[in-house]
Design a binder for this molecule. Sequence first.
Ligand SMILES: Cc1cc2nc3c(=O)[nH]c(=O)nc-3n(C[C@H](O)[C@H](O)[C@H](O)COP(=O)(O)OP(=O)(O)OC[C@H]3O[C@@H](n4cnc5c(N)ncnc54)[C@H](O)[C@@H]3O)c2cc1C
Length: 500
Amino acid sequence: MDLSKRRFIQALGAAAAMTAIGTPVAVARERRYDLIIIGGGTAGMPAAIFGARRGLSVLVIDAAPQIGGTLMLSSGQMSAAGTKLQKQLGIDDTPEEHFQDLMRISRGTIDQEIVRLAVNNAAATFDWLVDNGYKVLPGYPVKGILHEPYTKRRYYWSALRGVAIFEAMRPQFMQAVNEGKVDLLLEHRAVALQMGKNGLIAAVTAEDSGGKRVNLHGKNVLLATGGYASNPKMFEQYSGLPKYLNMSYPYAQGEGHLLAQSVGGYMRYAEKYLTNFGTLLSSYDVPSTRLATTLFHPHLRQPWEIYVNSRGERFVREDVPSVDAREQALRFQPHFRHWVVFDQNILEKAPPILENWTREAIAEAFKARRPNFYQSDTIEGLAKAAGLPERQLLATIEAYNYGVTTGNDFFGRQHLPAKIEKPPFYAIRHQGTSVTSTAGIAVNNKLQVVRKDGSVIANLYAAGEILGAGATQGQAFCGGMMVTPALTFGRLLGSSIIKA
Ligand SMILES: Cc1cc2nc3c(=O)[nH]c(=O)nc-3n(C[C@H](O)[C@H](O)[C@H](O)COP(=O)(O)OP(=O)(O)OC[C@H]3O[C@@H](n4cnc5c(N)ncnc54)[C@H](O)[C@@H]3O)c2cc1C
């Protein structure tokens, strides 16, 4: 069993212990809390810890049988500028530089107000985790790993990934529960918000796994329910693409989004949808799991293959160093889909394109006709097998081979190690996918839910992925700009923004 799974199971054990000492529903029903937090995950946990520390009476309800939310699956990569660790390492960095980098990477598509709040307070969040045992991998921070790099080393990662963040927060959370400062109701889904006559949320209706409902009363309510990436209907509604990849937290069902909308909140930033450059899925089912990681990054492996779209045309310089350039190029291709095309010579000579796969294993996948692997002795046959137009694929390969012969690739590609000419010919289909939700609930600079007419629901707040990846990353993948803002907004809401 790998370490992260073992930690996950330990966490489940801890959560089970908390259920045993947790709050009886009958008690929670009678109280009026300063703060009800819906969702005890990445944003909800720090909100509870800091709220309790400030003396707020807090209730956390979570639909799942454990706390932690997406941290249990997340890579947990964070970004923060001006941290103590950077200072120790002599890295001179500021939130302003972080902000400017995000503007550059996202081409100005981030929500500037939300991002300023996040980056100005990110270092304090990161330092707090480190003070509580969070450890970065040797050599970190770095400028980037698999996303477009920053100009400064402000990108952090831990061996235990998201679980490391959870582990840094768990003791404080449990202490607050044990001391009676935080009440916890697991396996309770928030299903409705009750609006009072004064225009404020008066109660949250929660339902247990047996369908039994209870009204819970609070002066303030925080929606920290995560995204909608595990809800196929909502995912397709807001991204325009089916939910191809099954890798998000199962409770990321978009229920908080519906709760906010039920009292006048609205969704924004769907237009910023972006996928990664391409996932090799293990089946044609929708959703499917990921079969392998394909090495598309030239700094990890230079490409020997070409990439074609469903029209059989190349669409990007395969060795362009910018991660964002490849992702943006894919955005303009039908269904965010592409095929990696190569021949026997490349199969034999190039380093394997699938991470941790041997050449033999790749050859075997073609032979076994695994989903998304296609092989033929002719280019026409390959096109037929892969569902690509024959004449165009022939022309594309001929045009690429001209570039290999002359050094003048029509896309400006520099790495041109071999023509595609030796049968059999191969193609591996890749699908652009994303594991997070782009669109989110609109909030103001105090993270209060707002309506389209500009009016504010003064005691209803939202933090985390419910705000949408489009808010903190814009139409790009900006390293660490989901987890760090979620933690930071939870911390800020609990420690200062929410008034008792
Ligand atoms: C595989 C993967 C890798 C990722 N890697 C990174 C990364 O490296 N860096 C980065 O910045 N971001 C990353 N992300 C995104 C990031 O992890 C998430 O955006 C973030 O953790 C979400 O935090 P959250 O608090 O909004 O939601 P969560 O942490 O998911 O918490 C939401 C909680 O609300 C509960 N809940 C949901 N609905 C209800 C309801 N109706 N009633 C009660 N409770 C409810 C859930 O059970 C859950 O506990 C990754 C995501 C995935 C899936």
